[in-house]
Write a protein of this length. Structure first.
Length: 135
């Protein structure tokens, strides 16, 4: 149940042959993300459990989920961009139906991220799911 934006990323990952190219693509996705307003980088939006500084500021409009995100690490910023592609525009009630670990495994991220980065991604997904469940 992935969004078209996520499917586009998955298609690009299939085209890229080695992990170094994929890694660069993740970084490019992070660079392409809009800057998050510094005022939103507050304790309430900080995601615990990440090795890097990570902020996620969720927005729900007309039952649709979206969020702003940022990190002080470029690769993590790219991972935030991938999660944004996975969840942005999804109806709040459908957020829990998305199997993030299975979708991210399609990109090969599960076998190429360090344990700390994997824990950080899980923490971000948990935050997204908790916000959606509370809405």
């Amino acid at each position: 149940m992935a969004t078209q934006a996520f499917e586009d990323i998955a298609d690009t990952f299939e085209f890229l042959d080695d992990w170094e190219d994929r890694y660069r693509h993740v970084i490019d996705l992070g660079k392409a993300m809009p800057e998050m307003n510094d005022a939103l980088k507050a304790p309430a939006t900080k995601v615990d459990g990440c090795a890097s500084q990570v902020w996620i500021h969720p927005r729900i409009e007309n039952g649709t989920f979206d969020f702003d995100g940022d990190s002080d690490a470029m690769i993590v910023r790219g991972l935030i961009a991938i999660l944004h592609a996975l969840y942005s525009g999804v109806q709040v009630g459908d957020i829990a139906k998305i199997d993030a670990s299975a979708e991210l495994a399609r990109l090969g991220l599960d076998s190429h991220l360090s344990a700390q980065r994997s824990n950080g991604v899980r923490a971000m997904v948990t935050r997204i799911q908790e916000v959606a469940a509370a809405a």
